[in-house]
Ligand binder design. Structure first.
Ligand code: TK8
Length: 331
């Protein structure tokens, strides 16, 4: 009798624990296109750490780098379908899905880090996040990619004339295509995961990406010249399938959103530090880094005027003006 009682008590003590274990953690896989050194990957890992700390045993966040789960377009499509939970992607290749995001691709529209913060964290950022929801996607946070800079293996580029005829990889985005055509280059869209090899094999002369990506992806091994054009300030957005997100308990959703916001703060700070520090690293690695004077930069801006003519009416002048206003206020 005594033995039975002890057994019953022991069972009662163990049961709740086994029940918790039986309820398996929900897996959230996050796809990312760059490598494990990039701030976007590091921030996704930070998101993983915070979620697993604050919701112990309930979620198993797994971050995948190097487009292992697909490049931006394919991984985002998988998130839309619900065959993948989450992706940290550039917004530019998604504008076929959500055209409003084209506003970030207008050349030289965002002029500083503070302006980027104002746009991402203000009314525009909210509007674009809302535009994703009917597509079955929830935006968790705005990370950033940052100012995009031009690299190539052929010659120093100080003016649009120097770009003439150079084969430049762009993201799969119609404004980037038009802009590089307007600048006189020969743009070739392709997924990021193919860019290094394409430069190595000289099927393209160059590409454009922010300094941390150029440095951390070792593009200096296959590119000699970088021009600090800063032609586009791109966001990296952290997305999750909406149905999956909506299936989580409300209290968990709140924690997950907070974790995403905190990881975004970390991401932007890390990215900005690397962006500032790694120009020197590019020089050390043997690249010729060309800084443009205001008038040289203006030549690039002026060459892109036709892009605004075509795209501003398509995006909608109201939204473009809203971005301009946020940028002006942030200065
Ligand atoms: C990585 C891309 C990358 C982007 C590009 O998945 O494609 O050039 O700048 O950051 O999102």
């Amino acid at each position: 009798m005594k033995k039975v009682l002890i057994f019953a008590l022991a069972l009662a003590a163990v049961l709740p624990a086994t029940q918790v274990f039986a309820q398996r953690a929900k897996i959230i896989k996050i796809s990312n296109g760059i490598n494990e050194q990039h701030p976007t990957y590091l921030a996704a890992k930070e998101f993983e750490r915070i979620v697993e700390l604050r919701l112990p045993g309930k979620y198993d966040v797994q971050v995948y780098a190097n487009a292992q789960l697909g490049d931006d377009v394919r991984a985002t499509e998988a998130v839309r379908m619900g065959t993948l939970e989450s992706v940290a992607t550039s917004a530019s290749p998604l504008t076929g899905l959500v055209p409003e995001f084209l506003v970030f691709d207008l050349p030289f529209i965002i002029t500083s880090e503070a302006a980027a913060d104002a746009v991402y964290d203000g009314a525009v950022g909210k509007k674009l996040a809302a535009a994703l929801e009917p597509k079955g996607i929830k935006l968790l946070a705005y990370y950033e990619n940052g100012f995009r800079q031009l690299t190539n293996s052929a010659r120093e580029v100080k003016s649009p004339a120097d770009l003439k005829g150079l084969k430049i990889r762009t993201m799969q985005n119609p404004i980037h295509l038009d802009a590089f055509k307007a600048l006189g280059a020969n743009p070739t869209p392709m997924p990021f995961s193919e860019v290094f090899t394409a430069m190595q094999q000289r099927t393209i002369d160059g590409q454009e990406n922010p300094v941390p990506t150029i440095y951390l992806s070792k593009f200096y091994e296959v590119q000699k010249f970088v021009t600090l054009t800063g032609h586009v300030y791109g966001p990296h957005i952290l997305l999750i399938n909406k149905k999956i997100f909506d299936s989580f308990p409300a209290a968990d959703q709140k924690v997950i959103m907070e974790a995403a916001q905190e990881s975004a703060k970390f991401q932007r700070a890390t990215n900005r530090k690397m962006n500032a520090d790694q120009v020197a690293e590019l020089r050390k690695a043997g690249m010729t880094v060309t800084e443009l004077s205001p008038s040289q930069k203006k030549a690039f801006q002026d060459a892109c005027a036709s892009v605004y003519k075509t795209w501003e009416p398509k995006i909608g002048k109201a939204l473009v003006d809203e971005v301009r206003q946020a940028v002006a206020n942030a200065k």
